[in-house]
Ligand binder design. Structure first.
Ligand code: SGN
Ligand code: CA
Length: 520
């Protein structure tokens, strides 16, 4: 497929455009809808199975898995929002696209991105929702973004015409805006590519008006490592600041605010009187019960975990509904056969595993992100892929699906052969990771590492110099660092060698890493 379109590109993009200038369905160039939520753990998507599956199902997101392919090993290169988004756009690691951490000021929007390449090849492009890259979007015919993280209730949106407050719940507003844009796009003689980026279910997990009571009376199973004491691992696991017990806030995160606090809570104080009344009706009894119960110790952690899950999963229910509305829209408008739909999260998330929430670590729950793709007539319905894929591959995959030449300097690979059910023999057997945001919120130390089909080798650096090795096939919860065990000597040697090779391949190095260290 890529070779075919390399030929097309020799003739010039204009040729590709004119050959496809009838309606999208006539030209055969598929439309693409890339839906990305924020912090949506694969553990909270019922298509992935797991203990939450029946208690908090996601029937609409699951429709994508039923109609298409579920990826079980989609790994991110740097598990944090802005950097993930920059990797998705550029198909390049953070050290090359320049957006290393959420604290990086502005994404350099003058660089090559896949939306720009699609736009130049004749696609109608749009970006609606959480952007989180500082600078304004480039490469889009239309964009409407939340400032920074955005708000759940009555959020502001930024457009080319400035910043404006919108009344309503953020997930529903993003859906409405996307459907409105699609209805204009469908009548144009161009294929379209829409990036629909939900804010939910990002902290502080505020459920929408239609989901406020959804899980209030549900008790969710606790993960076996909720009370992890981090023995058997290094200082990074012990010294993070992202535990449900210590870091999770009763007031802002769990909404257990005494009356006097309410107006100080950024986010909730954006509600209009009707929204606030509906909210209070649900939360006031919870607050009353909580302050009457005087919970402490493990009982308090257990309570916090349940409240966390109830709000987090209710925020997801609105995202699921939104996905259903988009899929229905495509069907009702005859677009379903020629539109590829992707569902992903910017990264994974901890739902109490190791006692944590948040992400950042190269450990499974934050390193792995959900990925579902339906490509009618191409993906085998209900298929499952276990190859190591990455958000590094998204740009190349989307370009390849659109038949646009993939630039040589992108660092991932097109997943099109995988989507067709054929994994090339040369497909990657290992994955490189690098996280930089420290010192910063949640105190996850800087680290880089390699993951293979069975092992992970991780180097925590900057304020420490600690290596960790996990045999995650035999220790799926990653509880034992095997780095200093003689039985793992040859595995360790092999992983060190492969890690050095990977760093060289991607243009990263220990030396380069030192150049990112801020002057103390
Ligand atoms: C905010 C959150 C953090 C979260 C970061 C990054 N705190 O700072 O918990 O890790 O965003 O999240 S909050 O009190 O403001 O909610 S990211 O998904 O955007 O990378
Ligand atoms: Ca995120």
């Amino acid at each position: 497929m890529q070779t075919k379109f390399k030929l097309l590109s020799i003739l010039g993009i204009a040729a590709a455009v004119s050959s496809c200038s009838d309606s999208p369905s006539v030209s055969g160039r598929p439309n693409i809808i890339y839906i990305m939520s924020d912090d949506h753990a694969f553990q909270a998507i019922s298509a992935y199975g797991g203990p939450l599956k029946d208690l908090a199902p996601t029937p609409n997101i699951d429709r994508i898995a039923s109609a298409g392919m579920r990826f079980d090993r989609c790994l991110v290169t740097n598990s944090i929002s802005g950097p993930c988004r920059a990797v998705v756009l550029t198909g390049k690691y953070s050290h090359l696209n320049g957006f290393l951490s959420n604290e990086a000021k502005e994404f350099d929007g003058s660089q090559q991105t896949f939306p720009k390449l699609l736009q130049a090849a004749g696609y109608n492009t749009a970006m609606i929702g959480k952007w989180h890259l500082g600078s304004n979007p480039t490469g889009f015919d239309h964009w409407e973004i939340l400032p920074g993280q955005g708000h759940y209730y009555n959020p502001d949106f930024i457009t080319k015409d400035g910043r404006k407050r919108n009344e309503g719940y953020v997930t529903e507003l993003i859906t409405e805006k996307c459907l409105k844009w699609l209805s204009g796009a469908k009548d144009q003689k161009k294929p379209f590519m829409l990036m629909m980026h939900h804010k939910a279910p990002h902290r502080e997990w505020q459920p929408g008006p239609n989901e406020l009571t959804l899980y209030n009376n549900v008790t969710f199973p606790e993960p076996p490592t909720l009370f992890d004491d981090y023995s058997g691992r290094g200082s990074a696991s012990r010294e993070q600041d992202m535990t449900i017990s210590k870091t999770m806030r009763l007031i802002e995160d769990l909404k257990l605010y005494p009356d006097t606090m309410k107006t100080k809570n950024v986010g909730l104080n954006r509600m209009n009187p009707d929204q606030e009344a509906a909210w209070d009706e649900v939360y006031d009894p919870i607050i009353k019960k909580f302050y009457g119960s005087k919970l402490t110790g493990e009982e308090l952690v257990r309570f916090k975990y349940q409240r966390y899950m109830q709000d987090y999963l209710a925020s997801i229910a609105a995202v699921d509904k939104s996905v259903g509305e988009v899929l229905n829209y495509l069907k009702e408008n005859g677009l379903d056969k020629n539109t590829v739909v992707v569902y992903a999260s910017d990264q994974g998330f901890y739902l109490g595993e190791h006692g944590w929430f948040d992400k950042r670590f190269m450990f499974e729950e934050s390193y792995r992100t959900p990925l579902l793709v339906q490509w009618p007539g191409v993906t085998q319905p209900g298929s499952i892929n276990a190859d190591i894929v990455s958000n590094l591959d998204f740009a190349e995959t989307i370009l390849d699906i659109a038949g646009v030449e993939v630039p040589e300097d992108m660092q991932g690979a097109s997943m099109v052969p995988l989507l067709k059910g054929n994994t090339p023999s040369t497909w990657r057997q290992e994955h490189y990771y690098h996280y930089y945001e420290y010192p910063a919120v949640h105190s996850v130390k800087r680290h880089y590492g390699i993951s293979t089909g069975q092992f992970k080798l991780i180097h925590f650096y900057y304020d420490v110099d600690e290596w960790e090795l996990y045999d995650f096939r035999n220790d799926p919860q990653e509880m034992i660092n095997r780095y200093n065990e003689p039985a793992f000597e040859s595995v360790k040697e092999d992983l060190h060698k492969r890690l050095s090779e990977l760093m060289a391949k991607y243009g990263d190095s220990e030396e380069l890493t030192k150049s990112y260290l801020p002057v103390k």
